[in-house]
Design a protein around this ligand. Structure first.
Ligand SMILES: *Cc1c(COP(=O)(O)O)cnc(C)c1O
Length: 470
């Protein structure tokens, strides 16, 4: 069979012009590329099969380029580089978070619980009553799911879940100013005109909602009288925003939701992080509701420890206005979000959130347990990478995700240095491992903070370090 294929190739190549034939002949053989040190290193990280496939693909691309009239540079080295690119960019995949940032937005924020995963599998692999009322056999509403749980947990009259918190804020403001005659105004303190990240800026979101921004106070100080003076017949609401990702310290003054609620206008409170249990001095969702916010808005995948979601809880009147606004359809949550959110919320109701939710577990694990984890990992790494300098150091973990910017969580890191690698090169190689390991470089060493390692991650770290050392 292969001789027949070869004969066919000879005929086909014979039909090509000499120049293309020369270029094709100049391409290195798959085996020769796989024997090169760079390819051997790739195989150590990604496995022989994946590396062989990537080298074949890289050579195939070069061949197609030649046939199309191009003259690609295709030495053994360039084929290895192309194969490495193919291997590293294989879509969305698991990553080991050794940064010590628990809610790392770039690494996917919260990690879901087993219970949430089971709910996701059930919702994904079968039909569900997503929009179907089983009692009446008629159409139901996806907006009804998770609502009873949210009402019970926050004490609010009603709730609505959409795609994310930025979307919920836009929807809430749009609903509050809808149908208003003239130019509806929303009052915000200058100390709260923030950018959350990813281009989400409060003044721009307000503009998008159709409201005119009415700024009051100054960056560091805003008083109740500033709000009072700004109220006029066009005022529709007061927006209170938690300045999640920064803190102003020193000569400051701000007005809380409770006082704002005395002004007779709906208060929209964007509390962001969605802490249902106390942590540091983070404003809890429940207290905003209790303080009288008409709408309290928060993320599902920050301190709540659930899926990406934008949750609004508040008065029946304003939640209903949000539900009926056309934007609600554009921002609606999908069934996987609703299933995993319900599973996450039920752990709070049952009092098992701290044990069941990986995010909360990582945030609250006692330093002694983290120290032990670091010592064990350091010992295992030392046995597979004798050429590296390895020690354990105290480290500071963070909650991340734009929450609690000044909150330092005592932690421990395994530090790697020495051998033939500088810390940046070592970090780069670990990022190319399978699964990739993401740490941070500081003081000339690579720090692997173990607070954010999940069960079983140590084996991945070990394999990655073993592959790059020596
Ligand atoms: C994080 C945050 C948001 C955005 O939340 P997403 O769920 O990422 O859309 C909005 N407002 C505040 C105050 C936040 O902290």
């Amino acid at each position: 069979m292969s001789s027949a294929l070869n004969a066919l190739r000879v005929i086909l190549v014979g039909m090509l012009d000499t120049e293309k034939r020369e270029l094709l002949r100049g391409l290195p053989a798959v085996d020769a590329v796989l024997r090169m040190p760079a390819a051997v290193a790739l195989a150590a990280c990604h496995g022989t099969n994946a590396t062989t496939a990537a080298v074949r693909e890289a050579l195939g691309r070069a061949r197609r380029e030649i046939l199309a009239g191009g003259e690609p540079e295709a030495s053994g080295e360039t084929v290895c580089v192309a194969a490495a690119k193919l291997l590293s960019g294989r879509g969305l995949r698991r990553v080991i978070n050794a940064t010590g940032v628990v809610l790392h937005t770039n690494l996917g924020r919260s990690v879901l619980s087993e219970r949430a995963m089971e709910a996701a599998v059930a919702a994904a692999s079968s039909y569900s009553n997503l929009e179907y009322d089983l009692a009446t056999g008629k159409r139901g509403s996806r907006y009804d799911h998770a609502v009873p749980l949210l009402k019970e947990l926050t004490g609010a009259e009603d709730a609505l879940v959409v795609n994310n918190c930025a979307g919920a804020t836009l929807l809430a403001l749009s609903a509050v100013v809808a149908d208003a005659a003239g130019t509806p105004e929303v009052i915000v303190s200058r100390g709260q005109l923030i950018e959350i990240g990813g281009g989400f800026r409060i003044p721009e979101v307000l503009e998008l909602s159709g409201a005119r921004l009415r700024e009051v106070g100054t960056t560091n100080r805003t008083r109740l009288s500033d709000y009072e003076r700004a109220i006029n017949e066009d005022t529709r609401a007061i927006l209170w925003v938690h300045p999640s990702n920064f803190e102003i310290q020193g000569f400051t003054e701000s007005v809380g939701v409770a006082e704002l609620s005395t002004l007779g206008l709906p208060v929209v409170a964007d509390v962001g992080s969605g802490a249902l249990l106390p942590i540091s001095d983070e404003p809890g969702v429940e207290s905003a509701v209790r303080d009288g916010a008409a709408l309290t808005i928060f993320s599902g995948d920050k301190l709540l420890g659930g899926p990406q979601a934008g949750i609004s809880v508040g008065s029946s009147y304003w939640i209903s206005a949000m539900r009926h606004h056309p934007l609600a359809r554009a921002l609606r949550a999908d069934k996987l979000c609703l299933a995993t959110l319900e599973a996450t919320l039920s752990t709070y109701l049952e009092g098992t959130a701290l044990e069941e939710l990986p995010t909360l577990e990582m945030l609250h694990a006692p330093p002694e347990a983290i120290r032990e984890k670091a010592d064990k990992l350091a010992e295992r790494i030392t046995s597979v990478a004798p050429d590296l300098l390895i020690d354990v150091a105290t480290s500071v973990a963070r909650s991340g995700g734009g929450t609690l910017p000044l909150f330092e969580i005592p932690s421990y890191a395994v530090r790697l240095a020495g051998g033939a690698h500088d810390a940046d090169a070592l970090a780069g190689k670990l990022r190319l491992a399978d699964p990739p390991v993401v740490g941070r470089v500081s003081e000339g060493r690579l720090w692997l903070d173990v607070r954010t390692l999940l069960d079983g991650d140590e084996d991945g770290v070990l394999r990655a370090v073993e592959a790059v050392s020596g």
